[in-house]
Design a protein around this ligand. Sequence first.
Ligand code: CA
Length: 224
Amino acid sequence: MRILLIEDEFEFADTLRGALEREQFIVDHADRLAMAHEVTRSFSYNLVLLDRTLPDGDGLSIIPALRADNPGLPIIVLSAKGEVLDRVAGLDEGADDYLIKPFALEEMFARIRAIRRRPAELGADEVRVGALLFDLTNEEATVRGVRVDLARRELLVLGSLVKRRGRTVQREALEQAVYGFDDDIQSNTLDSHVSRLRRKLFEAGAEVEIHAIRGVGYLLRALS
Ligand code: CA
């Protein structure tokens, strides 16, 4: 699960990021709206944590753009503005939840868990390729009702391929989907994730192939 954290207080952002990463989330941090707009054009997220008072505007102003790209994207507003009207404004703009700073990290995790338990309200979308059913919201792969046991990075690779099924996904896009955009990437690790993924999908009887396009990237399609 990949989270976009939009927050301009670096110390606070680092604390949140550290806590989220310990829970196995991949976290990208944007410290202003312009950067958030930019990264959301390149990456797709499963959750956004959104501060309101940012150097280039009110965090709420980015919600329509986030939702235009991904209508089911869960958004939790993080703000020191705890007045009732501010809370109503956040929810009216389409935020799913509102956390008032300061908040306990446990509370944040509880809200994230609660949001993830509501797939129907999030417009859960499932994509079928061959016998593989991929739940984009919960990042879960099943074949004929049986869950395919995949490691986190394998799921991220598969998720990216599934979203663009039948089309080539460039290596760089896959590497960025799997790692935070500022992580170091070993050039051969993507290939090893893909080969494990291929083997697991084959063993699960998914009837799909991950086709390598030399020098470009990979493509997921149903086996005909
Ligand atoms: Ca702020």
